[in-house]
Design a protein around this ligand. Structure first.
Ligand SMILES: [Zn+2]
Length: 251
């Protein structure tokens, strides 16, 4: 029987926030979208919960799937930890103690927003790497009990805890200048695609009149391949659905 259960977006955010947006293992700041939730005592441990409580002097409230066992982890540490058997090491006791102290903070936030459907949707969407829009930013801001929320324009969007503040960085699309530049670039790409498409059609028409063993046919065939490659490169750069704030801007 697997003891793992899916962690809700609110719970994930609560763990992230309670640890100031840093990885529990390496203490490096992480983006919310990259935040994994690790179990200090792995869910795969076969011991019954009663034994674990006894062995680690845990509180009666301790659950494998609970804030007293959950920590935020960056991708690297999350993968590394999978291969290390931490159980029965004295470090686990210290880890669990640290987590127990932080747990009430996370738990309180999660309980307050447990039934907030709007917030879970926004957070879940963010975990997919999508950028929040203005309304969604407000929803996230309202999750944190003591606001200081900083909103900045940056290279790409991300949410981070920094010096006790929740910093929401928005992509250049949030500024008028950023949107103007975006439109200009998009128009240029569209024009290039149109020109290449008509060139492609012309090449095909010319080739139809030629013998496929002739040199001119082979020259045109090479040109056709080049045009095709350029179109393949350009087409994904064209944003579909107009100017949205929800483009995938990771990396
Ligand atoms: Zn880490």
């Amino acid at each position: 029987m697997s003891r793992a259960r899916a962690i809700t977006a609110i719970e994930r955010f609560a763990v992230y926030w309670a640890w100031n947006g840093r990885c529990f293992w390496c203490r490096e700041p992480i983006k919310f979208a990259d935040c994994h939730v690790d179990h200090v005592i792995p869910v795969s441990v076969p011991d019954p919960i009663e034994n674990l409580r006894y062995h680690y002097s845990l509180s009666p409230q301790f659950e494998i799937n609970g804030f007293e066992n959950w920590v935020p982890a960056c991708q690297r540490c999350n993968l590394l930890k999978r291969s290390i058997v931490l159980v029965n090491s004295p470090a686990v006791v210290l880890h669990l103690q640290a987590v127990r102290e932080r747990a009430p903070k996370a738990k309180l936030l999660a309980e307050q927003h447990e039934l907030d459907r709007r917030a879970s949707l926004v957070l879940a969407k963010m975990l997919t790497g999508e950028e929040p829009d203005d309304r969604e930013i407000n929803v996230i801001g309202s999750l944190v009990p003591l606001p200081p929320v900083d909103v900045q324009i940056s290279e790409r969007w991300e949410i981070q805890q920094r010096d006790g503040k929740l910093v929401i960085q928005l992509s250049p699309l949030y500024s008028a200048e950023g949107r103007r530049q975006f439109r200009t670039t998009q128009a240029a790409i569209r024009q290039q695609i149109n020109q290449l498409s008509s060139r492609y059609a012309r090449i095909e028409a010319d080739m139809a009149h030629l013998d496929s063993t002739s040199i001119p046919w082979q020259v045109l065939s090479q040109e056709k391949t080049d045009v095709e490659q350029e179109l393949t490169r350009l087409k994904p750069l064209l944003a579909s659905g107009g100017l949205g704030f929800t483009r995938h801007l990771d990396n």
